[in-house]
Design a protein around this ligand. Structure first.
Ligand code: UGA
Length: 433
């Protein structure tokens, strides 16, 4: 099938590469000339496991192309995926101007039937507005259908999530579009749920908001565990074994970050407000999330007593492992707060240091975890990269000024780390001194 993917950001790139992998002819479009020229030279702007290989392979096979020529891509394709950004406005609402722009261009150019698919995360009723805008600018009076096909890809495992989805959501009111979309996704052999457009749009915001709610729930429970002297990991295992609840997304820590959950929770609160509902639950989810990182900084301050002039080694900067994404990463808040108190920060991340350097100054960036630990008064775990779980702790201890680990992701077993001679403070578990 002939597909255009408009917007070559994280979602667009993965979507384009994976549809090409499934044998389709895909043209990825972006207005950023530098990005397109890099992609044409096999330079992938983001780190995402498996993506580079897939882009290179499909380009070589001639199934994947990159261009800035939106109009040409629209003309040549039957299915057009809108994957442009929907950044938050200062009031938390999504900015839909990029989506509207693409919709208008499609309308002005198309001269044959097109399926126009919104994949960007958009508020409910956007599909209706996209269709209305296309009807208004449809110069050639071409036939078209709008589909909502939200994505559920996680950064760090996006390619494998695309290829092995739990479900595919297709919202459309048209039988013709439904059949085309079904054929497109058939090779994945995954369950498909067909809905109306509005329900599909709400499924996206409700899914992310529900996952964020699980995280805030377990973080709130972690605070109770700390006061009571219980262990949140055991509590999460105990409740997670109930099939109705599930263990996933019950990892207590320093709260959720990234470009999706914070934005989508805010957006869903706004959508509800516009529709006349006060989504108090989600407001609390956000509040608990904000408090969680503040509490973590307090833990560091309390355990060091005086932060001024202390050296703090930070392991992990990306908002989660297996990505170089620094957007709304808890590390940025935590480091800034410690710097305000006069701490000297040494940091290491396996993939995110280039992006971190663009936004965080006065940090000594280290080439490995041991360098970050050298002469540190405390070592702080911010992102749970696998390599941090396998550190040579004897070596770490010998390098540090003071053997103190403050773990925002509960990656170590408190008893094991005590035996290694560390003071250890984690989330929702007893401190080890
Ligand atoms: C999230 C969703 O999981 C995807 O399904 C969705 O497609 C995507 O947003 C999106 O809307 O584009 P992502 O933000 O890449 O994916 O990452 P997650 O793995 O969901 O993690 C989000 C945040 O929650 C991270 O900061 C992570 O550290 C935190 N988290 C996650 C926890 O604190 N505890 C957990 O148990 C799980």
């Amino acid at each position: 099938m002939k597909i255009a993917v408009v917007g070559s950001g994280y979602v667009g790139l993965v979507t384009g590469a994976c549809f090409a992998e499934l044998g389709n002819d895909v043209i990825c479009v972006d207005i950023d000339e530098d990005k397109i020229s890099k992609l044409n030279n096999n330079t992938i702007p983001i780190y995402e496991p498996g993506l580079e290989e897939s882009v290179v392979r499909n380009k070589e096979k001639g199934r994947l192309k990159f261009t800035t020529e939106l109009k040409k891509a629209i003309k040549e394709s039957e299915i057009i995926f809108i994957c442009v950004g929907t950044p938050p406005k200062p009031n938390g609402e999504a900015d839909l101007s990029y989506v509207e722009n693409v919709a208008r261009t499609i309308a002005e150019v198309m001269d044959s039937y097109k399926v126009i698919v919104e994949k960007s995360t958009v508020p409910v009723e956007t599909g209706e507005k996209v269709a209305k805008s296309i009807r208004a600018y449809n110069i050639h009076k071409a036939d078209f259908d709008v589909v909502s096909n939200p994505e559920f890809l996680r950064e760090g495992s996006a390619v494998s999530d695309f290829m092995n989805p739990d479900r595919i959501v297709i919202g459309t009111e048209s039988e013709k579009a439904r059949q085309i979309m079904e054929k497109l996704y058939k090779p994945l052999k995954a369950p498909i749920i067909f809905t109306d457009i509005k329900s599909a749009e709400i499924i996206k915001h409700a899914s992310n908001s529900f996952l964020a709610t699980k995280i805030s729930f377990i973080n709130a429970t972690a605070n109770i565990c700390e006061s009571a002297g219980a262990d949140v990991e055991k509590v999460a295992d105990g409740i997670g074994m109930d099939k109705r609840i599930g263990r996933a997304f019950l990892n207590a820590g320093i709260g959720y970050g990234g470009s999706c959950f914070p934005k989508d929770v805010d957006a869903f609160v706004k959508i509800a407000e516009k529709l006349g509902y006060d989504f108090k639950l989600l407001k609390s989810v956000k509040e608990i999330n904000d408090e969680q990182r503040k509490n973590f900084v307090k833990k560091i301050e309390k355990s060091l007593w005086i932060v001024k002039n202390k050296t703090i080694g930070v392991l992990g900067l990306a908002f989660k492992p297996n990505t170089d994404d620094m957007r709304l990463a808890p590390s940025t808040y935590i480091i800034a707060e410690l710097q305000k108190e006069g701490a000297k920060i040494k940091a290491y991340d396996p993939k995110a240091m280039d992006k971190a350097k663009e936004i965080m100054e006065d940090v000594t960036y280290c080439s490995n975890p041991y360098e970050a630990a050298k002469d540190a008064d405390a070592l702080v775990i911010v992102t749970e990269w696998e390599e941090f779980k396998e550190l040579d702790l004897k070596r770490i201890k010998s390098l540090m000024k003071h053997p103190l680990i403050i773990d925002g992701r509960n990656i170590y077993n408190p008893e094991g780390i005590k035996k290694e001679g560390f003071a250890y403070i984690s989330i929702g578990r007893k401190d080890v001194m």
